[in-house]
Ligand binder design. Structure first.
Ligand SMILES: [Zn+2]
Length: 73
C-alpha cells in the first residue's frame, strides 16, 4: 500500500460527474447509497460497476471532490 493511500479517494465516473470516494464507500454493500467526498449520493451498484472508457472521458471532474482531496494533502 502506498504511504497515505488511505486518505486518498479514488475517482470514479458516475452519472453526473467524476467523483472521488473513500475506500469505505467503494467497498460498501450492494444496494446502499454512499456519499462522494463532495456529498453527492450515489448507489453502490453504480459506484462498483466497471466504468466504460467513454464514461471516464465524458464525465467531468468534480471540483468539490478535488478540493476535499487537496485539503487532505
Ligand atoms: Zn464530487
Amino acid at each position: 500500500m502506498l504511504p497515505g493511500s488511505a486518505k486518498i479517494g479514488r475517482w470514479q465516473p458516475v452519472s453526473g460527474g467524476r467523483h472521488a470516494f473513500d475506500s469505505a464507500a467503494r467497498s460498501a454493500e450492494p444496494g446502499l447509497v454512499v456519499k462522494a467526498l463532495c456529498g453527492v449520493e450515489v448507489s453502490t451498484d453504480e459506484l462498483q460497476r466497471i466504468a466504460s472508457e467513454i464514461a471516464w472521458i465524458r464525465e467531468t471532474t468534480c471540483i468539490a471532490c478535488w478540493q476535499v482531496l487537496a485539503s487532505r494533502q
